[in-house]
Design a protein around this ligand. Structure first.
Ligand code: ZN
Ligand code: ZN
Length: 427
């Protein structure tokens, strides 16, 4: 078997791994790298030439699925994914297609996207499927977002394990990913390969106390949150801690929450989540936004990095309110408006720099990825002969590679873009 990296090689974004055996050719993920130099373009993985049997999709985030429709301009592979991944993927790809068109960027057309949807094959967790003669695979819950999968691939008596994005400890929404069985080859993400997350319980306590302090001082809080997973988690956390102020949910997180409500078995504590969704005030009309700050309140809304969305409508007024706060609930990529706000307390509105130094701005690290400790624990549990470290910045990947070579003593690489590995040379 040959494994080639068409993206996410010493970078986060555009995950794309090509697997080739004598009888099969398939992809693990085919995503976009969002952002780009001007924060407006989306970078694709390297192209796939010729015939393609299948794509196995780990989860619905665009950095894993966003480029799949492009494949259908020249091929017609089956696309395997968890049933809960499909509606989220459909929504996020439609949204990205819409944005690309608005920006007059070259993209696929609607009928190409429909061709992709016709080729989707939903695969539940924990069942083996055989997309081709010499390959079978099984999904297990990755604990990252709704429907997220780790993939165990069997070919010619050998196991290859692809983590995708995963979290091995519990969050409010999902149980942590279980340890893999033994695998000869491990392809692992290293988003936080050399960083530790804060203790989750302490993080939640600090977060809730900070929000209560703002409310008690008569201010309001805006919580920018990613639509998939983070919005639902933050609302559930506020509900279970009985925040005594109106809490509002706005942006694409609402539509994604509707999807979460359809998949009760994939949510850790569905009763709690359902209660939270009944309790929170859904912003369904533009006019409602004008009334939100009439009293101390909390707003959970997109975009998580202030790159657009309803949050842009709340910020100008928030700035005028006494004792108010803006708390980020996810990592802010360097160069994004969110990162600039966090570091410099300012934001551009219609080419004018607006100062936000009168409000409290903080970042709470609610990550849906495992950290250094989690990565190491996972690798040890897998007893691999070859470890390929990807989906991480260069330094994070190299730190994991060094650790594997020293502590596990097997082959480990942080692949470069286009790099190929013939598995039989290592196992
Ligand atoms: Zn992800
Ligand atoms: Zn990712």
């Amino acid at each position: 078997m040959e494994i080639q990296f068409l993206g996410a090689a010493r970078e986060v974004g555009r995950s794309a791994i090509l697997l080739q055996t004598k009888q099969s050719k398939l992809l693990l993920d085919y995503g976009l790298k969002l952002g780009g130099e001007d924060n407006r373009t989306a970078l694709r993985p390297l192209p796939v030439h010729g015939y393609l049997d299948a794509v196995i999709l780990s989860h619905a985030h665009l950095d894993h699925c966003g480029a799949i429709p492009h494949l259908f301009q020249s091929a017609e592979p089956s696309v395997y994914m968890n049933p809960a991944t499909l509606p989220i993927t459909e929504m996020l790809i439609r949204d990205s297609m819409h944005i690309a068109r608005q920006r007059k960027q070259e993209t696929y057309n609607n009928s190409t996207f429909k061709r992709m949807l016709r080729n989707v094959k939903p695969v539940p967790y924990n069942q083996f499927h055989s997309p081709t003669q010499d390959i079978s695979f099984k999904f297990s819950d990755a604990g990252h977002i709704l429907g997220s999968c780790m993939t165990q691939i069997k070919t010619n008596g050998m196991n290859v394990f692809y983590t995708g994005d995963y979290k091995n400890t519990d969050t409010h929404m999902h149980k942590g990913a279980k340890k893999p069985g033994e695998s000869e080859v491990l392809i692992i993400e290293a988003t936080y390969g050399a960083r530790e997350h804060p203790d989750r319980k302490k993080l939640e306590k600090d977060f809730i106390e900070s929000i209560r302090a703002v409310i008690e001082a008569g201010g309001s809080v805006v919580l920018p949150a990613f639509a998939v997973g983070r919005t639902q988690e933050i609302v559930t956390l506020l509900y279970s801690n009985k925040i005594h102020a109106p809490v509002y949910m706005d942006g694409m997180g609402r539509a994604i929450s509707e999807i979460y409500l359809d998949y009760s078995k994939n949510v850790k504590d569905y009763d709690e989540f359902y209660g939270a969704m009944k309790w929170v005030n859904w912003i369904t009309h533009h006019k409602q936004r004008e009334q939100v700050f009439n009293e101390p309140s909390v707003v959970v809304t997109t975009a998580g990095m202030l790159s657009g969305g309803p949050v842009m409508e709340y910020l100008p007024e928030l700035r005028t309110l006494r004792n108010s706060a803006l708390f980020f609930t996810g990592f802010q990529v360097p160069g994004t408006p969110g990162r600039i706000m966090l570091e410099e307390k300012k934001m551009e509105f219609d080419d004018v720099n607006v100062n936000f130094s009168n409000i409290d701005i903080k970042y709470f690290d609610f990550s849906a990825h495992c950290d250094e400790h989690g990565v190491k624990k996972f690798i040890s549990g897998c007893n691999p002969k070859l470890v390929l470290v990807q989906h991480g910045e260069e330094e994070q990947c190299e730190d994991v590679v060094d650790w594997v070579e020293q502590e596990i003593g097997c082959f480990a690489f942080a692949p470069k873009l286009r790099e190929k590995f013939k598995v039989e040379d290592f196992v």
